[in-house]
Ligand binder design. Structure first.
Ligand code: URA
Length: 240
């Protein structure tokens, strides 16, 4: 693949901009300067730099973001900054077939919710993860306004009816951590689901953090606002 096309595929701008970056000497490949925009490389595992910044080639981008509070999972936020501003521009500019460029969040978290958020430019992955048929468990750490009790936990596990659907929704698991903290596992992703489920049992969510998707946990290694590439092992964990 030509280096200009590699850069283009990774979100470094239009084909013309990418050719210019190479011709103007802003690119190194495998540690060596490369100013021939038509030079060919095997992109798989390729390490290159653009204006001194290293970028590993990824055919598809799978990203883990530690979403901070006070950010919206929307490209066009209404009140708070968009989570997309936390990502470097190549991730936001990766060319896509549709009208929207770059990686997209896999589902959404509320502006005040923190924690594990996946983003990708792989439409099939988004579809698979969002499909109710796949039941990928998501773990939420919930802080409540009122003390938790056995009756609330039993109701959350046996199913509560929300206002938009007569079919009850239930938690796949529900562990009381202490009087005001609950670890709730859901396999669906309805709008405001955790907040509405807690309201349905007479409590109220004061804080919400997503700590796990499938077998993938968010660790302290990634501070709020930071992101990293997902590894092949992470992708297996997500499905386990
Ligand atoms: N449930 C909610 O209520 N809010 C979220 O952000 C995620 C799950």
């Amino acid at each position: 693949m030509q280096i200009q096309d590699i850069l283009y595929s990774q979100g470094f701008g239009t084909r013309r901009v990418c050719a210019g970056l190479v011709q103007q000497g802003f690119v190194t490949v495998g540690g060596e300067p490369c100013s021939d925009s038509a030079a060919r490389f095997d992109p798989e595992g390729l390490q290159f730099t653009v204006q001194g910044k290293p970028w590993p080639y990824h055919e598809k981008a799978y990203i883990l973001l530690h979403k901070p509070a006070g950010t919206e999972c929307s490209q066009k936020p209404s009140t708070y900054p968009s989570i997309y501003t936390l990502l470097p521009s190549p991730l936001r500019l990766r060319p896509q077939k549709g009208p929207v460029q770059g990686v997209q969040a896999v589902g959404r978290l509320d502006q005040d919710t923190t924690g594990l958020l996946l983003l990708t430019d792989d439409g099939k992955f988004i579809h698979r993860m969002s499909s109710p048929r796949h039941h990928v468990p998501k773990v939420y750490e919930v802080t409540t306004k009122h003390p938790l009790d056995d009756v609330q936990v039993r109701k959350l596990l046996s199913g509560v009816v929300l206002d938009d659907d007569p079919k009850p929704v239930k938690a796949a698991a529900c562990a009381v951590v202490d009087d005001f903290h609950l670890r709730l596992t859901l396999t669906e992703g309805k709008y405001h689901q955790v907040k509405r489920m807690l309201a349905a049992v007479g409590n109220r969510v004061e804080g919400l953090h997503r700590s796990q998707i499938g077998g993938l946990e968010l660790t302290e290694a990634l501070a709020p606002g930071q992101w990293r590439w997902l590894t092949a092992d992470d992708l297996v964990l997500i499905r386990s």
